[in-house]
Design a protein around this ligand. Structure first.
Ligand SMILES: Cc1cc2nc3c(=O)[nH]c(=O)nc-3n(C[C@H](O)[C@H](O)[C@H](O)COP(=O)(O)OP(=O)(O)OC[C@H]3O[C@@H](n4cnc5c(N)ncnc54)[C@H](O)[C@@H]3O)c2cc1C
Length: 281
């Protein structure tokens, strides 16, 4: 599978996935190769599980493939919160993804997985999406690390215990000005890189450092042929769904996150630009 950030699934070439997949929910596939189990219903697991039905249907139109999404929490998308959950649940239902919450994976074999409730699912394809970790290089820096192995930095992104080191992207743990801890995400990695680079250079040149401020927070989760859901703020108020959210997701993945790497003037001009669409500001 390519990264879920890509939106190569044609849109709006939507099919009636419910009709195609409904019979599989709870059904027993002919052999384990017909079932794909996705473990973890966070950002990545939801995007993978909702992308799979159309991808698999395109690859094997006549095979009765079943997609099962496993989540340890009682609800899907626990970190996403209650607001976008109905949109996500509706998409999973529409796409015929079988959702098993309140259960953990305890064993994965070559042709089956076992869950904490004792149930066994025949499968040759288990996709593990649970668990992020910072690059192991962070362990070599004298500093405090959070549960993800990220270096805890000050508001200038400097490691207090190692003042010549600045951390950015998925390796840095810092709060935004409102006290929300950054996530290991593109939208935080980009401003973290900008501020860390600016501050490291300023430190060398004796110029003032800029306190980190990533700007407004948004979430845009791809939902395969069911569209996408876009939210604003840390309470994740739903702003866009369906085709409109899908168009935004496509723009984020194909445009907003890429700097003009081969054009020095454009790169410099965009250095202070925040990649947030106006709708979220
Ligand atoms: C499947 C998936 C889907 C995602 N979807 C989204 C999304 O929809 N929205 C979102 O906001 N975020 C998403 N993310 C998260 C986002 O991709 C990361 O937060 C972001 O890429 C972090 O940027 P980074 O520069 O810190 O690290 P990376 O993008 O991981 O870049 C680090 C680079 O350093 C290189 N490297 C590692 N070690 C060394 C070394 N010793 N020397 C030199 N180079 C080295 C690596 O090869 C890599 O190229 C997704 C992540 C994954 C895995």
């Amino acid at each position: 599978m390519p990264p879920t950030c890509s939106t190569s699934t044609p849109w709006p070439a939507r099919r009636d996935s419910r009709r195609t997949y409904a019979g599989w929910s709870g059904g027993r596939p002919a052999w384990p190769g017909d079932t794909v189990v996705v473990i973890g219903a966070g950002f990545t697991g939801i995007e993978v599980a909702t992308a799979l039905p159309s991808r698999l249907q395109a690859l094997a139109p006549r095979r009765p493939v079943r997609v099962v999404l496993i989540e340890a929490d009682p609800a899907v998308g626990p970190a996403l919160g209650a607001s976008p959950r109905p949109v996500i649940e509706q998409a999973l239902d529409e796409l015929g993804v079988q959702v098993l919450t309140g259960r953990r994976l305890v064993r994965a074999g070559p042709a089956e997985v076992e869950l904490s409730d004792g149930s066994v699912i025949g499968t040759r394809t288990a996709i593990w999406t649970a668990g992020l970790a910072a690059n192991s290089l962070t362990a070599r820096v004298n500093g405090t690390r959070d549960g993800l192995g990220r270096l805890v930095v000050d508001r200038f992104l400097r490691v207090p215990e190692a003042p010549s080191v600045f951390a950015a992207g998925d390796t840095a743990a810092v709060d935004d000005p409102a006290g929300h801890r950054v996530l290991q995400s593109c939208q935080h990695a980009i401003p973290l890189g900008k501020f860390a680079g600016h501050n490291a250079a300023s430190d060398l040149l004796g110029h003032p450092l800029e306190p980190f401020d990533p700007g407004p927070y948004l979430t845009c989760v791809d939902l395969g042929h069911a569209g996408a859901v876009a939210t604003a703020g840390w309470d994740r108020e739903v702003r866009l769904t369906g085709e409109a959210a899908k168009a935004l997701k496509k723009a984020i993945c194909e445009s907003y996150i890429y700097p003009p790497a081969h054009d020095a003037d454009a790169l410099l001009a965009g250095a202070a630009r925040r990649p947030h669409p106006a709708i979220f500001t």
